[in-house]
Design a protein around this ligand. Structure first.
Ligand code: ADP
Ligand code: MG
Length: 243
């Protein structure tokens, strides 16, 4: 369920940290409604890519456009307000607050921008239901299991009602059934019309969710294609056998 218009465009994006080129001349598009996978070994530049899009880091060269508008000069809060949400590789909840309070904070921030008719807690509870956390809404966030922390990280990103969701290795640290559950949750978020850029190390997750994948290695884009094309790509095979 994608249309033709690219929602996100990266053109010749480079990011250097001192002598390290974390991303080197990266260009690609994410179409509206698409779920695009990004894979690559540790240190490939995946988290840096998401940081450049979310405004947590600045590009060294190149440009990033979102719905036709230049992003790469905007501060992170302005980018979030345009409708880009991010779930971090390490979940960042307020551990002493409840699950519900953790989601109310971003819901409240959004409603200040665009007040609606529904109450804050109705909005927050709907998101918690979607993420499978409603029955744990009064728990302290710090007491959650890793799977529930990942769900909460997704819920907090969704509370901003993003058009584009950046997911950074949400399956990392999960095993077996937990990976299936988080995969199902990502699929249901995508089915609600959210465009997703999915960074993953667990290839089974990308394979089951993405129709198109790009592969990063040492900051370069080495391949782009369907999961099957990627799995047959000689350079990709070499990178994963070597890692
Ligand atoms: P990945 O998420 O694919 O594991 P990262 O984007 O975290 O990779 O890192 C890519 C490269 O950039 C690595 O060599 C890393 O050490 C370097 N890097 C990332 N962030 C910083 C930073 N803030 N300062 C210096 N080097 C960084
Ligand atoms: Mg990373």
């Amino acid at each position: 369920r994608t249309d033709e218009a690219p929602l996100l465009v990266l053109r010749h994006v480079t990011r250097r940290f001192g002598g390290v080129t974390a991303l080197n001349d990266i260009s690609f598009e994410v179409r509206s409604g698409e779920l695009l996978g990004v894979i690559g070994p540790n240190g490939a530049g995946k988290s840096t890519l998401l940081s450049l899009i979310s405004g947590a880091q600045r590009v060294s060269e190149g440009e990033i456009l979102f719905a036709g508008q230049r992003l790469d000069r905007l501060p992170a809060h302005a980018i979030a307000r345009l409708g880009i949400g991010r779930a971090h590789q390490i979940p960042r909840p307020f551990g002493r607050m409840t699950v519900l309070q953790n989601v109310l904070i971003p819901v409240h921030a959004r409603k200040n921008e665009a007040p609606g008719r529904r109450s804050l807690s109705d909005d927050a509870e709907e998101i918690l239901r979607l993420c499978g956390l409603l029955d744990r809404k009064d728990r302290q966030a710090g007491s959650l299991t890793l799977l529930d922390l990942k769900r909460l990280e997704l819920a907090r990103a969704l509370a901003l009602k993003p058009r584009l969701l950046l997911l950074d290795e949400v399956a990392a640290g999960l095993v077996g059934q937990e990976i299936e559950e988080i995969t199902r949750l990502i699929a249901s978020i995508h089915a609600r019309g959210v465009t997703i850029l999915l960074v993953e190390h667990v290839q089974a997750v990308v394979r089951s969710l993405a129709r198109r994948v790009i592969v990063l290695d040492w900051g370069r884009k080495i391949a782009e294609g369907t999961p099957d094309e990627i799995a047959r790509h000689p350079e990709v095979i070499a990178v994963y056998l070597g890692s």
